[in-house]
Every structure is written in C-alpha cells, then in structure tokens.
Design a protein around this ligand. Structure first.
Ligand SMILES: *[C@@H]1O[C@H](CO)[C@@H](O)[C@H](O)[C@H]1NC(C)=O
Ligand SMILES: *[C@@H]1O[C@H](CO)[C@@H](O)[C@H](O)[C@H]1NC(C)=O
Ligand SMILES: *[C@@H]1O[C@H](CO)[C@@H](O)[C@H](O)[C@H]1NC(C)=O
Ligand SMILES: *[C@@H]1O[C@H](CO)[C@@H](O)[C@H](O)[C@H]1NC(C)=O
Ligand SMILES: *[C@@H]1O[C@H](CO)[C@@H](O)[C@H](O)[C@H]1NC(C)=O
Ligand SMILES: *[C@@H]1O[C@H](CO)[C@@H](O)[C@H](O)[C@H]1NC(C)=O
Ligand SMILES: *[C@@H]1O[C@H](CO)[C@@H](O)[C@H](O)[C@H]1NC(C)=O
Length: 839
C-alpha cells in the first residue's frame, strides 16, 4: 500500500489550502514489490485507451494514461446516455408476431425473419446509447528535460491509482481516486520541491465536436464547468466540472481554463451530474466543487476504508510466483502467460481486478430514492461518442456476466443497481408485452438502456428476435436469494419475477405437443434451414432450449418464493407448475450433445461464442453430474463448440472457464484462463479485449466467478433419503425439503496448487455459508471452514463424487460434531462454524 509521508499541515481558509512550504518526501514506488498492483514503466499512449487504468465510484468513471505533461483523462458519468426514453414498439408488431408464429410453426423460418425485419423490429430501431462525457485535460508544466524513473500503477488493494516520475531536478507523484463516500473524483499532485506544481486544467467534449455542448466557462475563480443537453423534446441535461485546490501557490482562471502556479501540492477535483439525478446539473456540479472542505488525505482515507470494506471480504492465493516473474512489469507477465507458463500471483491479481471493477461500477445509492445504475458493456469506461453496440445493456449474456462474480465473492450488497434496472424494465416491458404481444406481464428483448427500453433492438436477425431478456435477468434475483436468504430483497423483486412469469404464461403457444416461445431464437446463433438451398441459415425457431430452461427455472421457483414470502396464491403456483410440465424437455442432438433447438437442426455456426444451450449447466443448474446422461452430453456440447473455434477471446472464453469448472474439467479451465490472460487481455491494463470494441467489461467482471467454479460449488441440491442418512438423492428447483450441496475443490487445476498450495478465504456458498479453504501443493484439501451466516443447513463433500452414485469419494470429517463420510450434513445454526478436514 502506498502511503506518502507529508511534513505539512494543511488548513482550509476561504477556498484555498495554505500550508507551510516544506518538501514532500517521495521515493520510487517500487510497484513490482506489491502483488496487488497493475503497473507499468511507461504512460499510456494518446490512443491506447484500453491500456489506461480505470477508476470509478459506481457513478463516475475516469480512465488514466498517467502521462506526465499532458494527460487527457477520459470522463464518464453512468447516466449520460444519448437522450430520454424512446417509445419504439412497432405499430404492426402484434399482427407481425401472429404472422411470424404461423410461419415459424410451418418451418418457413426465412419468411418469418423477412417479415420480422419490418414488422417486429423497433421503430426506431435502437434504444438510447451510452455516451462518453468528454476529457479532463490536465497539463502539468514541468522543469524540462527528459522525464525519468517513470512508474504508473493501479492498486486493487486500496483502490488508488498513481503515477511517479522526475523531470529536471524535481520528482513528482500523482494519486487518482474516485471516492464513493465523498462522491467526487480527486487527483492529488505532489512534488519533492516546494513551489513546483504548475497546472492547467480544462474540460472538453472532443476538441472539434462539442456535441450537445452548450457552455464551457470558469466558476468561482477556481473551477471550470461545461455542459449542455441532448437534442430531444425532453432533453437530458448534463454538466461536468473541475476545480484546483492548492497548497501554496496561486489558483486562477483564464478563459475556461483553471491555472495553478508554483504550488507545493494541488488537488484537482472532478464532478459530474445529469438531469437523470439532478434537476440543475450545472448548479449541482458547481456547488459540489465549491463545497469540498476535506483535505485530500481525509478524502483518501475515507475512500480506502470504504473500498477495502468490500475488497477485503475475500482473498485468493494460487501459490507463489517466481522472483523473476515478480520482477517484471504487468504487461510482460501477461504476455508471458500461457497454459505452460502459469504466474500464480498474476492470476490472483487478474481475479481481484474483476472485483475491483465491480466495486468501482456497481454501487447502490443511499437514501430512499436509489437511482443507481449497473455497469453497461464497458462498465463506466467508454472513450467513444458512438461506442460499439452503443455500450448498452445487452441482456443475452453480457449484463448477466457482469453480475456473476458478485454473489460468490461476497459483494451481494452491491447488486441493488441491477435490481433497480430490472424494476425499470418491468414497467417499460409491461407496455411492450401489451402492445406488441397482447400479453400481460412484462417482456424485454436482447438489449435495454437506463430507461428500461424493452422493445426489440437492431435488425440483426440472430439477436433481435428473442423475447427472453428479462426472463434470464430475473434468475439473478433467484440466485441472490439462494446465496443470501434475503427475504426483503425477494419480496421487493417478487412482483417483477411474477410479471416475467405472467408474460410467459400468456405468450407460450402450442407446438408439437409442447408450450413454447415463438417467435424466438437461441441468442445470436443460427442453423441451416432444413430443405433450404445452398446452406441457407436462419435464427428464428420455436422453443429454443435456453428459453425452455429459463422458464423451467422461474416456473419451478415461484411456488418456493410464494412459500418463503407467505404469499397464498395457490392458483398462480398451480398455473406455473402446470405450464412447467408442458415445456419441451432437455434432449440430445445428433452429435450426442445438448440440443440447442427443439428441432435437431444442423448448426450453421458450430463455433458460436454463445453457449446458450448450456445455460442449464452454468449459470443455472438443471444439468448436474447427478444425471450423467445430460452431464456428459453437456461436456460433448462444450467440446464440440471448442473444436469448432467456439469460446473465442472475451466473455465467451470466460464462460468456458466457468463451464469447465462446473464440468470437472480442470485442465480446460486452467488453459482457458491462461489464454484469456495471455491472448485476450490488454497486457498493460489487464482489461478484457472486446472483439470489435476496444474493450468490454463482462470478460473482466466474470473472471472471479468463472475461476471459483473450480474451487467451490454450491448449485446442486440434495434430498436426504432418511433423517440420519448420507445416502442422498439429487433434487432440483421446486423440490420441497432439498438442501444445497457444497462441493469443496471440485475441479482444482494442478497448476493452481503446484506452486506451494493455495487458499481462498471469504467465498460465499448458497444457503448463506462463508467458506475458507486451503490446499497443499498436491491439491489435497488441508482444511475448510464453513460458517453459517443465514442459519440454514447444507451438505458438504470434497471433489466431484456424483450425488446418487456409488458414494465412493474421499471421506471428510467435521471436527465440530465428529460426523464423517463422503457427504456430510452441516447443521446450520446461525453463526456455527464447521471445520472440515480429510477423515
Ligand atoms: C523503493 O526501493 C528503494 C530502493 O530499495 C527504497 O529506497 C525506497 O524507499 C522504496 N520505496 C518505497 C515506496 O518503498
Ligand atoms: C538541477 O540542479 C543542478 C545542481 O543543483 C543545477 O545545476 C541544474 O541547473 C538544475 N536543473 C534544473 C533543470 O533545474
Ligand atoms: C510477447 O511475447 C512474445 C513471445 O512469447 C514476444 O515475441 C513479444 O515481443 C512479446 N510482446 C511484448 C509486448 O512483450
Ligand atoms: C388480446 O387478448 C384478449 C384476451 O386476453 C382478446 O380478447 C383480444 O381479442 C386480443 N386482441 C388482439 C388484437 O389479439
Ligand atoms: C436424466 O435426464 C433425462 C432428460 O430429462 C431423463 O430422461 C433421465 O431420466 C434422467 N436420468 C436420471 C438418472 O435422472
Ligand atoms: C438411521 O435411521 C434408521 C431409521 O430411519 C435406522 O434404522 C438406522 O439404524 C439409523 N442409522 C444410524 C447410523 O443411526
Ligand atoms: C466410483 O464409482 C464409479 C461408479 O461405479 C466408478 O466409475 C469410479 O471409478 C469409482 N471411483 C473410485 C475413486 O473408486
């Protein structure tokens, strides 16, 4: 952890900080000696945005190059979208849906798509898009000559980024943070000689663009503020401002630039608001900047404490890196990472970066009116005024993956922004359900924006025709409840869950004896049209596996939820249960894999990046090793995709790491993690490459969950066959009396133990257990400690012994009650701690 020692006492007088002119002691930060720092010996280039360091407080995101003399800090505010809500339901939507249903039932898929491209698509075609707010231009006037001793870093241990360099005879340091408790960005500039800080700060929104910009002006002698509004009937107003506060020296404004001359040290504060949260964003920005009264040290201390409160909830150790690995800068270590060259401490840093980014981009707001928003495709770090895919919320895997890690790594209390969006979608989606489908309940297609726009998105055939976005997203509420047992959260979200189910009850139509979604598709995948000419492919079909399985899950859970919440609605429970029985079952396809569609189509794109047909294995859990037929077929499906180039860089690869863990395929999990690091990430920032976008946040945020799947699982459920029995039967969502099964080290890759063993502390398992576990260099469990936080019981086992099989796995024992066996029951008294070792 970096801590500067200041020989200064600062006090606030009027709007300036004055201090005794004494030199700050600065020394080379030696980031290589801190395993929790991403670091570099050069600043980011002017157009290498994805190699900058991301900093955020949930609402505001900044991206840093650490350039010594002219730093163009990219600024984002998470409510800054291209405009206000757009009502986009196609006026011919309902009649087109009816025609498409008929054509699809008849196998006239291309015809259905052709109609849909005019009558189903949104009018206009797209939701609002996320926008970059602009740049904070930070010019630091240096003594001249070469800059030397350069180092920049991002600390995932303290949530602070920095840069260090010397120029002339002066050594400089910057620290950058985005504070949640003080709701402001602060950049602190110091030098080891008094009077050496000379700065110019101004804001722009593209030097030659000024899009939606109405003003850029000085304020209060120490600040600059720019802003404007979207060109709408109901415009979104925005403002961004920066202030310099210095210790010694002089702060003035000239034009819309803030100048700081000959200061001993200085802090640049940045604030931004839009009319999504503030009625007068400009006034809010100016008054927030003026009101800053804490010193940087106080702001920093509060920020670090707040960040560490979340970041410190869990730790991961995958063994020791070699001293030569440790001596290298991050980009070289990333580049050196291959399946045969593992760097354990770097892998742990890669893991914790996912949690860092989540804490920096998903923060609930305090007070009654929580307007917090979840991270979009780029989190809150976008550098483009026309970002790839609009940097929206894509809900056919991407927003899902953004939240995968939060439950299992102890960050469930940071999920409110997601639940807020689901509630917003519920309201908007009810209008789409009624107008486009003549259905009750709510529907969302494959994208949404901050206004919950739920109409179809784009005219991209494999993506557009999919009405199950809200259905997949609502399973996050179910999982949230499973991990935490939080009944208040479940009660709050139940109306949304119910509305999603109500839509399905209305929308499903009969096809070949089953009740199915139609029109629908298996997200972004295509098949060869049976009898079609010349390899003709299509995307739409009735009842794709993903839809059936998402609905199976929510229909199964609703009666459970009603029981938990004391909702007496037997009729509704019966309706969903009856409908569940009419869904098409899981089946095998011609390759012996899990069928992706109801018909056993030939795949047009067997290496597709989406693993939609494996959703019932991960993230859901209808397919487990208790049913070896389905489990082996799922493995065949994964292998089939991989053999055909599936699981390419980014979120698809991260998904395969999770799938491999859940399938007990440790070598695949390991090698895909290694290539995600070595080939699919920006070496300097460790951020996930985004295919055609510079980067995409999902592939970074999903990493912790994907890796943990090899260390700890809790998605299976069991029914004891007798009260005292360890003979267990597999159970699934909706079964009464089931208990979760916690698997310790189900699929530990050899490389994760070979460098001195390892440990994980503070993992969360379903039913409210906090799990610490450690293993030796052979990968053998040393000990595990399971603490019941929710007062629920569970079973625990070591390794991958299937439920309902021969029970011939490794016996473990509970030092508390002496119980031993392959599967042992954990009594879940609240606060009880169970220590598990080999028997
Ligand atoms: C970095 O290492 C140098 C030389 O070993 C030492 O003088 C300096 O104090 C170290 N800096 C920090 C911040 O630990
Ligand atoms: C650095 O210090 C040396 C000796 O103190 C002096 O001769 C030189 O002019 C200084 N250089 C700068 C750029 O201030
Ligand atoms: C990455 O490693 C490859 C060899 O593995 C090497 O050719 C290349 O120069 C390295 N790139 C960087 C940026 O270190
Ligand atoms: C909409 O559904 C209702 C029954 O819920 C039905 O009475 C009505 O005719 C339908 N309208 C159209 C246009 O299909
Ligand atoms: C496995 O699942 C398939 C498909 O649902 C089912 O037909 C079969 O009976 C199941 N096998 C076991 C052992 O439960
Ligand atoms: C478990 O309970 C059954 C009756 O349900 C009894 O016959 C059996 O002896 C018990 N076994 C143990 C190990 O207590
Ligand atoms: C456990 O039993 C299964 C099924 O009989 C068998 O395939 C497996 O090899 C056995 N495992 C061990 C460790 O004996």
């Amino acid at each position: 952890m970096s801590s500067l020692s200041y020989a200064v006492t600062a006090f606030l007088a009027a709007t300036q900080f004055f201090a005794l002119a004494e030199a700050v002691q600065l020394s080379q930060p030696n980031s290589s000696s801190n395993p929790w720092r991403i670091w570099d010996d050069e600043a980011g280039g002017s157009d290498t945005f994805a190699e900058y360091y991301p900093v955020g407080n949930g609402r505001i995101g900044i991206m840093l190059s650490g350039n010594p003399s002219t730093e163009s800090i990219r600024i984002n505010e998470n409510s800054f979208w291209s405009g206000s809500f757009l009502s986009r339901v196609n006026p011919d939507g309902l009649s087109t849906v009816r025609e498409m249903q008929e054509a699809i039932s008849d196998g006239r898929y291309k015809e259905a798509e052709e109609l849909g491209l005019q009558g189903y698509t949104g009018t206009p075609l797209s939701t609002r898009h996320y926008d970059k707010m602009g740049n904070l231009q930070l010019v630091q006037i240096l003594p001249g000559g070469e800059t030397a001793n350069y180092e920049r870093w991002l600390g995932v241990d303290d949530g602070v980024a920095g840069a260090y360099f010397s120029s002339g005879n002066v050594t400089y340091q910057r620290e950058y943070l985005a504070s949640y408790p003080d709701d402001i960005v602060a950049i602190h500039l110091t030098a080891n000689q008094p009077g050496s800080i000379n700065l110019r700060v101004r804001l722009d929104r593209g030097s030659d663009l000024n899009r939606y910009q109405g003003y850029s002006e000085p304020a209060n002698g120490h600040s600059t503020v720019m802003g404007g509004q979207s060109p709408d009937a109901n415009p979104l107003q925005w403002a961004a401002g920066a202030r310099i506060a210095s210790s010694g020296g002089k702060v003035t404004t000239l034009g819309d630039t803030v100048r700081c001359e000959n200061a001993d040290e200085a802090t640049v504060y940045f604030q931004s608001w839009t009319s999504y949260r503030k009625s007068d964003p400009k006034e809010a920005v100016i008054s927030d900047l003026s009101a800053v009264s804490k010193s940087f040290d106080e702001i920093r201390a509060a920020h670090v404490a707040d960040y560490q409160e979340y970041a410190g909830r869990m730790s991961l150790n995958l063994g020791d890196s070699t001293s030569s690995q440790r001596s290298l800068k991050t980009s070289t270590r990333m580049n050196n990472t291959t399946p045969d060259n593992f760097d354990p401490e770097l892998a742990s840093l890669f893991f914790q970066l996912g949690r860092y980014l989540f804490i920096a981009s998903s923060r609930p707001e305090s007070g009654d009116n929580d307007l917090s928003l979840p991270p979009n495709l780029q989190g809150i770090w976008n550098d483009d005024y026309s970002p790839m895919w609009g940097s929206k919320y894509t809900v056919n895997i991407n927003l899902q993956m953004n939240y995968w890690s939060s439950l299992v790594t102890g960050l469930s209390d940071l999920r409110t922004p997601l639940n807020n969006l689901l509630k917003t979608m519920n309201g908007r989606g009810a209008v789409v359900a009624a107008d486009m489908y003549n259905c009750s309940g709510t529907v969302t297609h494959h994208n949404t924006d901050i206004w919950g726009d739920s109409a179809p998105q784009d005219n991209y055939t494999p993506g557009t025709f999919w009405p199950m976005g809200a259905t997949w997203m609502i399973t996050h509420v179910i999982e949230h409840y499973r991990f935490t047992g939080d009944k208040d959260m479940l009660a709050d979200m139940f109306p949304t869950l119910k509305a999603v189910a109500q839509f399905a009850l209305n929308f499903l139509t009969e096809h070949k004896g089953y009740m199915v979604t139609n029109p629908s598709s298996s997200p972004e995948n295509t098949f060869l049209v049976p009898g079609g000419s010349g390899g003709e492919s299509a995307a739409v079909s009735p009842g794709p596996t993903i839809d059936n399985e998402l609905l199976w899950e929510i229909f199964s859970f609703i009666p459970e939820a009603q029981d938990v919440l004391g909702i007496e609605d037997e009729a509704f429970a019966k309706r969903v249960s009856n409908m569940r029985e009419k869904l098409p079952p899981l089946r095998l396809n011609q390759y012996g894999g899990i069928a992706e569609w109801m018909e056993d189509f030939e795949e047009a794109n067997p290496g597709n990046g989406h693993m939609s047909h494996l959703v019932p294995l991960y993230p859901l859990h209808h397919i487990t090793s208790a049913n070896q037929t389905l489990f082996k077929a799922a493995i065949t499906s994964l292998e089939h995709r991989l053999e055909n180039g599936g699981g390419p860089c980014g979120w698809p690869r991260v998904w395969t790491i999770a799938l491999a863990g859940r399938m007990f395929l440790p070598d695949i999990a390991h090698s895909r993690l290694a290539t995600q690091m070595g080939e699919c990430s920006w070496g300097r920032s460790m951020l996930n490459m985004g295919g055609t976008a510079p980067f995409q946040i999902d592939g970074s945020l999903g990493v912790p969950a994907a890796m943990i799947e090899s260390l700890l699982q809790s998605h299976e459920n069991v029914l004891p066959l007798a009260d005292n029995s360890t003979a267990l039967q597999a159970a699934y969502t909706g079964d009464k009396g089931k208990l979760p099964l916690i698997r310790l080290l189900p699929s530990l890759p050899k490389t994760w133990s070979a460098n001195g063993g390892g440990s994980a502390k503070g993992l969360r398992a379903r039913s409210g257990f906090v799990v610490d576990l450690s293993w030796d260099s052979d990968g053998t469990l040393t000990a595990a400690s399971l603490t019941s936080e929710a007062g629920n019981s569970a079973y625990v086992t070591l390794g991958k012994t299937p439920v309902g099989g021969a029970n011939n796995g490794t016996a473990i024992q509970n030092s508390g009650d002496g119980a031993s066996g392959v599967f042992i029951h954990l009594d879940g008294d609240k606060g009880s701690v169970h220590t598990i070792t080999l028997a």
